[in-house]
Design a binder for this molecule. Structure first.
Ligand code: FAD
Length: 281
């Protein structure tokens, strides 16, 4: 058991801002259903370069107004000190107490990188601007960030964010449980003493999952890929197999001392709700 087991377990859910009225209606229902599970907070993603700025704010506002805690993702790439300061003020004015602080990826066609190069600079800036008023979550990559020159440097860069004042980390999703525990051990050797919460991606749709995984560098183990491929368009079998595999992954993580789970809900109720209930959270 690693030192992560000393932290209280925290369970949270992630949404993306809806892109249509239909999507917004669906999200209202998902929010109400998942709120019954009493997650610690709902985070809301943010398009780097500000592409979903309004959508993220509106979704965060709705969650806060319903009496639940919302945590906006805030990516700094393409932003200026002034624009980030204004966004922080806007969020704090509606009672936000937690931010997921990220670098983000520059959208194609956008050249101006703005005032921040990496997420550690954003964490440092938010701490300097707001002191300890906000809890800051940062991203971690047990399977190594795709742009990192090597694993050692990636851990070193993660440690920069912790030293800059992050309170906790959420990982990129993964299906190799050992990658998480190895990463946690490496961080412990660097005296990292914050919760590193596994990000959990339910398996819902095979082609979407492979597309995401190619983009973000998450590996789908061969045996999972091959089985999912063999189901073809049989959605029920994909969902049943996915539920079994991901429940088992979560169980191994929690049994091994992981300090909670962060569910990438994809704005859907059932996959997260089933995992939650299977795990008896
Ligand atoms: P960083 O920590 O800055 O790392 C980026 C790369 O630079 C890494 O390879 C790292 O090793 C290297 N690096 C870091 N610091 C330094 C340094 N000081 N010197 C040299 N190299 C350095 N993207 C979105 O657009 N919107 C979202 O809402 C969103 N939410 C996410 C939530 C989670 C939990 C996770 C895990 C990812 C999320 N992403 C999101 C994706 C994320 O923005 C990308 O993975 C992005 O490429 C890196 O962001 P980061 O904050 O991890 O960057």
């Amino acid at each position: 058991m690693n030192t992560q087991s000393k932290f209280p377990k925290q369970f949270s859910c992630e949404f993306f801002p809806p892109k249509s009225e239909k999507g917004a209606d669906k999200l209202h229902n998902t929010l109400e259903a998942l709120a019954k599970l009493e997650p610690a907070y709902f985070s809301v993603t943010f398009g780097a370069g500000g592409s979903t700025q309004e959508g993220t704010f509106d979704t965060v506002k709705e969650i806060q107004e319903k009496g639940y805690e919302a945590a906006p993702h805030l990516s700094c790439i393409g932003g200026t000190r002034d624009s980030i300061r204004a966004l922080l003020d806007k969020y704090m004015s509606i009672g936000v107490k937690r931010i997921v602080a990220l670098r983000g990826d520059l959208p194609s066609g956008m050249r101006d990188r703005g005032d921040f190069r990496y997420a550690n600079e954003l964490v440092e800036f938010i701490r300097a601007e707001t002191g300890d008023q906000l809890k800051l979550e940062v991203a971690a990559y047990p399977e190594i960030h795709p742009q990192a020159p090597n694993a050692k440097k990636d851990v070193r860069n993660f440690v920069r964010k912790v030293k800059a004042g992050a309170n906790a980390a959420i990982t990129q999703y993964f299906y190799n449980v050992d990658a998480y525990f190895y990463f946690v051990d490496e961080c412990e050797k660097q005296d990292v003493d914050i919760p590193i919460i596994p990000g959990i991606m339910p398996i819902i749709n095979y082609s979407q999952l492979t597309r995401f995984s190619d983009m973000c560098g998450a590996e789908i183990p061969r045996w999972i890929r091959k089985r999912l491929e063999s189901f073809g368009d049989d959605k029920a079998s994909i969902l049943a197999f996915g539920e079994e595999v991901v429940t088992d992954l979560c169980r191994k993580l929690l049994d091994g001392g992981a300090p909670g789970l962060h569910f990438y809900t994809m704005n859907q109720t059932a996959p997260t709700e089933k995992l939650w209930r299977n795990l008896d959270l």
